[in-house]
Design a protein around this ligand. Structure first.
Ligand code: ADP
Ligand code: MG
Length: 873
């Protein structure tokens, strides 16, 4: 190691402090990676791996990329779950002897990215921190890019899992001595980052919180201080942010405690209802969010996403949103104008995040300026609105005229991306800058004046003033006339047929001019930084405005969806009734638009229609009907209008959906195991205010097991006090429909299929009562299964229903006239003979003359002659 060059020595020193990250080491215009980082980087980024000191014992693998293109490379590394430590040159290479000062200025991790390239515009990027003890759990969730900060203290693991499902963090922090790998379901696994346990100690965590929230009153008011586990998680998270971001985060000054204000959608429910991702390919097409998200801004999109995954639990809040949506719906002109103007608003929330963290560039400030311009007019457009939520939000819109005016004065119209090359600051903003610029602008004229003057003075009419990069400014005279150069001309350079000179005057001017350029560049950068710092001082106002805009955008978007898709305002009640007239599945109706969607009614309550068992043929529409019910409730409780002609929604506290294991082989666990553990969770957590959707639960095992489990689950939901939730249960086990006879709050409903011009037509209309026993055979017949096979199926079915086995123990399924010939001949003849003998004896028996004892003996003899297949008990 002693042989290392100073630069590599510096590298090793820095790397030793950042072992868990890929170190990007700034060398001039490049970021370089060395050793294992180089090998990893070359692989991940498809870069050529080279080496320094090749062939020596100090051979050092390296690869790199130009600093200009850094964003996209860093993005690729972070997207793949790596942490990237960015090491910059901190002193000017021109001014330092020895290696330039370098250090890591920031560590980009999956959960702390703030660059647009690393973020989805319409989705938050949360960083989570989790702390667990025997007493309970603490969790914190922060979106560094937007400044949102939530904490949770939970007794139950499930509560924690639900919160994690809701925020879908990109990265999860935990104390390294208590490995807390959550079994999360979801397409994107988060990155897990262990932290030193000290960071989670209450004392340290409290200090860390106080450092961030300079105003103790605000912290007190948030209620977080009364929740030590939440403080521990949050404090550790803030320490982590300080370590990785290495800069103040003034936009993170408001913390919000999560508690029972929302309906919980666990991750399975989110997936089964296809809220954000479809089940086919995990894409966003065909999802509830894709239908509802008609927002104009990224901020509005993110907020609507949060509303969708966190429907409200309280009537008052829901009604407030519904009032606002209704008003936007009833004022189509204002809505149209408002939404059109909103389009010009950029992501003020994330711009503010970058401004606060000093990572914003001049384009970001220009984007903020453009956005602020629209705030005043937007506010004015809302003047006619009377609903209290819109009024509150309107009053929260602050056009920040001071900040806007400052940006207007200071920043040019279209600033470049680079911050250190000038061209950022407007004329008239800074006197010193203006003076230098005048000097530069006047240089051309000055030099041509000088040329004219010198020509006159020397009488050399070919004398020329010029500039070259190496020698600077010069006066050039051809060789032929060089002799006439005045004595104060100092020779600078000799060419083949000309001499170049410099004069004291020109030298002085040159110094002034070149100095002015450097000075201006430096000055512009300084001015930009203080401009950014000034804007950062208003982070709180900016965020308040951004969030009000987001909410208005989301409300207007819901109104737009209601208008476009013909939704109605749901009636929200606090009793148990869920009643929908002509309800539609909001997503399927968009896709099925061509053939027309068949609306259906639904009625559930806790008194006589608690559990609805839905039967009917495959493809009949059962699953759609189930999901439709859940989606309409969610829509209503997020404050949206719903896809129905009329809807009354008794508030629910949770929505559970489970789908029988069938095609979820992609997941690691036994699918039936998953199905059952999910069902177990429902039976544990459901309350009488929950809505449960069970789709073919029990399918993942054998028929008898499946029926038995399904039966027991329905009984449990019906009979257990406190768990008796409203339930929709679609099943292909017709046996279950018998439950309606014995359990008073269980009702049957079914879907049917009919034949129409040689085609099977699914009516998709829900009807009361259980499905016809032979619907499957009926559908098979409609589908063109040969008549003989259909007739045979009916026979087998009848046999099945009459009892599983014959007297001789052979399966009753075999019996019937429609058996194919082959099946008949394969029939074991032994059984037939024994059976015939027994029947013969029975036929001949003179029962009328037997005493009871004789009859018993006869029966016993008959029985003993039969092969005994069925075991007793
Ligand atoms: P099941 O669960 O009974 O097998 P699905 O609910 O999966 O049936 O429905 C099958 C297909 O029928 C769906 O993909 C959908 O396209 C269509 N469908 C379902 N319900 C309706 C409806 N009410 N109106 C029109 N098409 C429907
Ligand atoms: Mg189905």
């Amino acid at each position: 190691m002693s042989e290392l060059t100073p630069i590599l020595r510096q590298y090793h020193e820095i790397k030793s402090r950042h072992k868990d990250a890929i170190l990007l080491f700034r060398l001039g215009d490049f970021y370089e990676m060395f050793y294992e980082d180089a090998e990893l980087g070359a692989r991940e980024l498809e870069l050529a791996l080279t080496a320094r000191h090749r062939g020596t014992p100090n051979e050092t693998p390296m690869c790199g990329f130009p600093a200009k293109a850094a964003d996209s490379y860093i993005q690729r590394l972070v997207k793949r779950g790596h942490r990237v430590a960015i090491c910059e040159q901190l002193s000017d290479p021109k001014e330092s002897r020895g290696p330039v000062d370098r250090d890591v200025v920031r560590i980009v991790t999956p959960g702390t990215a703030t660059e647009d390239a690393l973020l989805e515009p319409k989705a938050n990027a949360f960083l989570a921190s989790i702390y667990s003890t025997k007493k309970g759990y603490g969790a914190a969730f922060v979106d560094v890019s937007t400044g949102e900060f939530h904490v949770l203290e939970a007794r139950e693991m499930q509560e924690l899992l639900d919160a994690v499902a809701q925020f879908a963090p990109k990265e999860i922090l935990y104390p390294e001595d208590s490995p807390c790998r959550l079994t999360l379901e979801g397409e994107d696994d988060p990155a897990y980052t262990p932290l030193p346990p000290d960071l989670f100690r209450l004392k340290d965590a409290e200090r860390s919180m106080r450092e961030q929230f300079e105003d103790p009153a605000a912290l007190e008011a948030s209620g977080v201080v009364k929740r030590p586990l939440a403080v521990q998680a949050a404090g550790a998270l803030l320490s982590y942010l300080r370590r990785t971001q290495k800069r103040p985060l003034p936009h993170l000054r408001e913390v919000h405690v999560l508690e029972g204000a929302a309906v919980v959608l666990d991750s399975t429910t989110q997936r089964n209802l296809e809220i954000f991702r479809n089940l086919q390919d995990g894409g966003t097409a065909g999802t509830l969010f894709s239908v509802l998200d008609r927002t104009e801004t990224a901020m509005g999109g993110r907020l609507l996403r949060q509303w969708t995954v966190r429907p409200l639990a309280h009537k008052r809040e829901i009604e407030a949103r519904l009032d606002a949506v209704e008003e936007f719906l009833k004022k189509p002109t204002e809505r149209g104008a408002f939404r059109e103007r909103l389009e010009r608003i950029l992501d003020i929330e994330r711009l503010t995040g970058r401004i606060a963290m000093s990572t914003a560039n001049a384009r970001d400030l220009a984007a903020l300026r453009v956005s602020l311009e629209a705030v005043g007019p937007l506010r004015a457009m809302l003047a006619p609105f009377r609903s209290s939520l819109v009024e509150t939000l309107r009053d929260a819109l602050d056009p920040l005229e001071d900040v806007h005016a400052l940006l207007g004065r200071a920043l040019v119209d279209e600033p470049p991306v680079a911050l250190r090359e000038g061209g950022l600051i407007r004329e008239g903003y800074d006197a010193g800058l203006d003076e230098r610029r005048t000097l530069q602008r006047d240089a051309k004229k000055y030099l041509s004046d000088l040329e004219a003057r010198e020509r006159r003075a020397t009488g050399i009419d070919t004398l020329r003033v010029g500039y070259n990069r190496v020698h600077g400014y010069y006066i050039e005279i051809t060789k032929a006339r060089a002799a006439k150069a005045p004595p104060h001309y100092e020779r600078r350079q000799t060419l083949v047929n000309a001499e170049r000179y410099i004069t004291p005057e020109l030298k002085e001017y040159e110094a002034k001019l070149l100095g002015a350029e450097d000075w201006s560049r430096e000055r512009e950068y300084e001015l930009f930084c203080s401009l950014r710092a000034e804007a950062a001082r208003h982070a709180e106002r900016l965020l308040r405005t951004a969030r009000a805009l987001a909410a208005l955008d989301a409300l207007a978007a819901l109104a737009d969806a209601a208008h476009r898709f013909g939704y109605v305002r749901p009636r929200i009640t606090e009793d148990s009734r869920l009643e929908v007239r002509a309800g539609r599945h909001p997503v399927v109706e968009r896709i099925a638009a061509r053939d027309g969607f068949v609306p259906n009614d639904l009625k559930l309550d806790n008194d006589s229609r608690q559990i609805l068992l839905i039967t009917g043929p495959n493809m009949g529409g059962k699953s759609t009907y189930l999901r439709q019910a859940a989606l309409l409730v969610l829509m209503a409780q997020m404050g949206s209008f719903v896809a129905a002609q009329e809807a009354e929604v008794g508030l629910v506290d949770r929505v559970f959906t489970r789908v029988g294991a069938s095609d979820n082989l992609a997941r690691g666990q036994s699918t039936f195991m998953v199905e059952m553990s999910e069902t177990a969770n429902i039976l544990r957590s459901a309350t009488t205010r929950s809505l449960i959707v069970l789709d073919e639960v029990g399918r993942g095992t054998s028929t008898f097991d499946g029926v038995s489990l399904a039966w027991a689950i329905v009984e449990h939901l019906h009979e257990t006090p406190g768990v008796a939730a409203k339930t929709l249960f679609a099943t292909h086990y017709l046996e279950l429909t018998e439950l309606a006879r014995v359990l008073p709050r269980v009702q049957n409903a079914h879907f049917t299929a009919k034949e129409w011009r040689d085609r099977v037509i699914f009516l998709r209309k829900v009807e009361p009562g259980a499905a016809d026993r032979s619907y499957g055979i009926h559908v098979a017949q409609l589908a063109g299964l040969p008549e003989s096979a259909v007739a045979r199926a009916r026979e087998v079915l009848r046999n099945l229903e009459e009892g599983a086995f014959l007297l001789d123990g052979s399966p009753a399924l075999l019996q019937g006239e429609h058996r194919p010939a082959a099946a008949r001949t394969e029939q074991p003849s032994l059984f037939q003979e024994v059976e015939t003998d027994a029947l013969e004896a029975l036929r001949k028996a003179n029962v009328e003359e037997m005493t009871p004892v004789e009859a018993l003996a006869f029966l016993a003899k008959l029985r003993d002659g039969l092969p005994n297949r069925r075991k007793k008990g």
